[in-house]
Design a protein around this ligand. Structure first.
Ligand code: SF4
Ligand code: SF4
Length: 446
């Protein structure tokens, strides 16, 4: 059961984030110099090819929920990379001396204008790249722009505040080891075994501030599934937070520091597998970008919890009780989180889990890797200024789900779930919002 007071308290806390940020004092010239240094350093061969390959055909606009829901040309994906393109043309391209003659240099006003374009109006969902005939990876370019703006002290204050908290006190929204232990004690009171700080384990479970505070049932459900499977697992209080505000704000140093905490704890206990909670961006942060200090690949497997469950079900190790009565008649649809499906290829496993429930699973159109983003990912949900824009983009998602006739939409990302809940409340939308891990746990054999 979700405590709606906590949900509303979380929304309220977001409104106060800007007051908590410690802005960076830089002159305008310093901001431009720092931003350009990042853009130059990050423009490798792949990004240079992307910047030069765009033929301005505009197809990507049709794929972007922010453009589609507003029809405002400023939200066109290709335009989001224009500043990067200008710096590349003037400073790193083959004909830079010539291009400098007719390409204007960027200014601090440009950087401030682009803050909205690369934070508020891009969830780095990657949908535009699937449509682009030139294969331009806009999301990667947007991420480089975020890194440039962060270095220039121009990341949105909300993201600066949380990134600074995570880097400084090691907490996120005030949640650290003490709050984790309190939540675990509450869940243990329900009779669920939740090992913490075991010195050795095969599986390290990672959680997230949202589950510790709000979606405690998801954490409890994961524990029940692992216990049912007889896995030797543990949470680690020194490395349990999957949310990575370095990645979302654009700070590579903070991103690596947050990831390193998880890696260190997994190495200490000799984990063979790290299971990430229902959190979209945690997946690329650890699975694709996590590395050992010497740059070598991680010596353990990293799986999203929906991926892990789907594999266990497909292998026959995890069997569920079939839905009965009213439950068997439920019509459910699945929302693919962009970072899991489009970026990570995790599409079959959550579906294997949902099919095992014995309900009617109806796919959205389009679905899987072509699915529409919910509009709240990559930190957009935390940006107060983006609320109206985010709500417009969410309408595409809502209509897509309504067209299935499903009574329940199932998600596997807590950030998507927050955005769905906020959209549902604003629109008085009655479709039930559920999670893969919670639904599976409800049908475990006793
Ligand atoms: S990555 Fe997604 S949100 Fe960003 S420009 Fe492309 S389609 Fe739009
Ligand atoms: S679809 Fe590709 S080539 Fe066309 S405008 Fe968008 S980024 Fe450029």
């Amino acid at each position: 059961m979700i405590n709606m007071d906590i949900f509303h308290g979380f929304l309220d806390a977001i409104h106060h984030l800007p007051e908590m940020a410690q802005p960076t004092a830089l002159t305008d010239a310093e901001r431009v110099t720092k931003a350009k240094a990042v853009m130059r350093a990050k423009t490798d061969r792949g990004l240079a090819l992307d910047l030069e390959a765009c033929v301005n055909c505009g197809y990507c606009s049709e794929a972007c929920h922010f453009y589609q829901s507003t029809q405002d040309p400023k939200y066109s994906p290709s335009r989001k990379l224009d500043l990067l393109r200008r710096v590349h043309a003037r400073e790193t391209s083959a004909f830079a001396p010539l291009k400098r003659l007719f390409t204007p240099d960027i200014t601090v006003d440009d950087l401030k204008e682009w803050q909205e374009l690369v934070y508020d109006s891009c969830t780095e969902c990657g949908r535009c790249s699937m449509i682009c005939p030139m294969g331009v990876n806009t999301a990667r370019g947007v991420n480089v722009m975020r890194e440039a703006l962060f270095e220039a002290g121009l990341a949105p204050l909300e993201l600066q505040a949380v990134a600074q908290e995570q880097a400084g006190r090691g907490t996120v929204f005030g949640v650290g080891p003490t709050e984790l232990k309190q939540t675990l004690d509450v869940l243990r009171g329900q009779g669920i075994a939740l090992p913490l700080d075991e010195p050795k384990a095969d599986v390290m479970l990672v959680s997230t501030v949202i589950d510790v505070l709000l979606y405690q049932d998801a954490l409890a459900a994961t524990a029940r599934i692992l216990n049912h499977l007889g896995v030797r697992w543990t949470l680690r209080s020194a490395g349990f937070e999957a949310a990575n505000f370095g990645l979302l704000s654009g700070s590579e140093a903070l991103q690596h520091a947050a990831t390193q905490r998880l890696i260190d704890e997994a190495l200490v206990i000799g984990a063979k597998t790290v299971i990430l909670p229902e959190c979209g961006h945690a997946y690329p942060a650890l699975r694709w970008e996590g590395r050992l200090a010497d740059g070598q690949p991680l010596p353990f497997e990293v799986l999203a919890v929906s991926e892990y469950i789907g594999r266990e079900i497909s292998s026959g190790r995890l069997q569920l009780l079939p839905a009965k009565g009213e439950e068997a008649n439920r019509k459910i649809t699945y929302h693919d989180a962009c970072k899991l499906a489009r970026h990570g290829g995790v599409m079959d496993e959550p579906r294997a889990a949902l099919q095992a429930l014995g309900m009617n699973l109806i796919e959205t159109t389009p679905t899987a890797e072509k699915n529409w983003c919910c509009g709240g990912g990559a930190g957009v949900f935390l940006l107060n200024r983006a609320e109206g824009l985010r709500h417009k983009a969410w309408a595409i998602k809502r209509e897509q789900i309504e067209a299935t006739g499903a009574d329940t939409v199932v998600v596997s990302c807590a950030s998507c779930r927050l955005n769905f809940m906020a959209g549902a409340e604003a629109d008085q939308w009655n479709t039930k919002i559920d999670s893969v891990v919670e639904m599976v746990a409800r049908q475990l054999p006793t």
